[in-house]
Design a protein around this ligand. Structure first.
Ligand SMILES: Nc1ncnc2c1ncn2[C@@H]1O[C@H](COP(=O)(O)OP(=O)(O)OP(=O)(O)O)[C@@H](O)[C@H]1O
Length: 263
């Protein structure tokens, strides 16, 4: 059974504005001669309902960019617009509270928002249904597989009533088959709920499998090198020839970028 879609709170959202917009964003960690330029003049937008994947060499500033969009840190220069949108983040590690049940983990976001207990429980059960974990609410995280724990993490993100999902290599630690299943589920949830997604990955095929666009960042300092539109029909398959062809072109460009910096 799929839980009914809850009404979107679209009054928060301004007309055709992008869900996320970065204008000339730079980030320097530290100060003076010890300062480290992590991001340099990055301009990028994620449209409403768009799925954007971001690729780049290790250390090029992808996580930094997500943390700036999430408001966990401030840019040194430039502007980030996410007006009125609710943002949730997902990481490679699901970071669940091990002593709480699955349901209580999902309820946590609503608890912070002051939602009454009975409603929290009902809604947590709905979100767990959406991620195909109905009936697992009373389990503890250690009783679940890695893929199931990431599903809980996704349910917890949805429980924050997010419009924008920032995902930092969320499936990087999972085996290929589990990852494929989660791609299908994420795609379904993204479509059904009209989410805007900014998804960081090292896996080029994963980026092409999921993204409406794939944005390539340069080696540090991160700059936008290229923005590849992906217009293949959905659902796509990671192992398909079409995905492989586009992934091959992007990998070539990524390799050039990494070689240019000798890293
Ligand atoms: N809080 C911090 N203080 C100082 N330097 C930092 C901090 N966070 C990140 N950095 C540095 O900024 C650069 C960008 O880091 P970031 O984690 O954003 O890269 P990334 O592209 O996500 O890397 P990876 O692909 O390896 O996860 C790196 O050189 C990193 O060491």
């Amino acid at each position: 059974m799929t839980a009914p879609l809850r009404e979107r709170t679209d009054s928060r959202i301004q007309g055709g504005e992008p869900a996320v917009r970065l204008d000339g964003v730079s980030k320097i960690y530290g100060q003076g001669k010890n300062g480290l330029l992590a991001l340099d003049n990055v301009s990028l937008s994620v449209g409403q309902g768009e799925f954007v994947c971001m690729l780049g060499a290790s250390g090029c500033g992808k996580s930094t960019l997500l943390s700036l969009v999430a408001g966990l840190d401030s840019p040194t220069a430039g502007r980030i617009g996410t007006e009125g949108r609710r943002i949730a983040m997902m990481f490679q590690e699901p970071a669940l509270f091990p002593w709480l049940t699955v349901s209580a983990n999902v309820e946590m976001a609503m608890r912070v928002q002051g939602v009454a207990k009975r409603e929290r429980q009902t809604r947590a059960a709905e979100f767990l249904e959406i991620v195909h974990l109905g009936g697992f609410g009373d389990k503890r995280p250690h009783e679940l597989s890695g893929g199931m724990r990431q599903r809980v993490s996704l349910a917890r993100a949805l429980a924050q009533d997010a419009d924008v999902l920032l995902m930092d290599e969320p499936f990087g630690a999972l085996d290929a088959m589990t990852r494929d299943l989660l791609h299908d589920e994420l795609e379904r949830i993204w479509r059904e709920r009209g989410l805007s997604v900014l998804f960081v990955t090292h896996n080029v095929r994963e980026a092409v499998r999921l993204g409406d666009r794939v944005v390539l960042l340069s080696s540090r300092p991160g700059r936008v090198v290229e923005d590849f539109p992906v217009t293949l029909d959905r659902p796509r398959h990671t192992d398909s020839a079409e995905v492989a062809k586009i992934a091959g072109a992007i990998t070539g460009r990524l390799r050039e970028e990494v070689m240019r910096h000798g890293s």
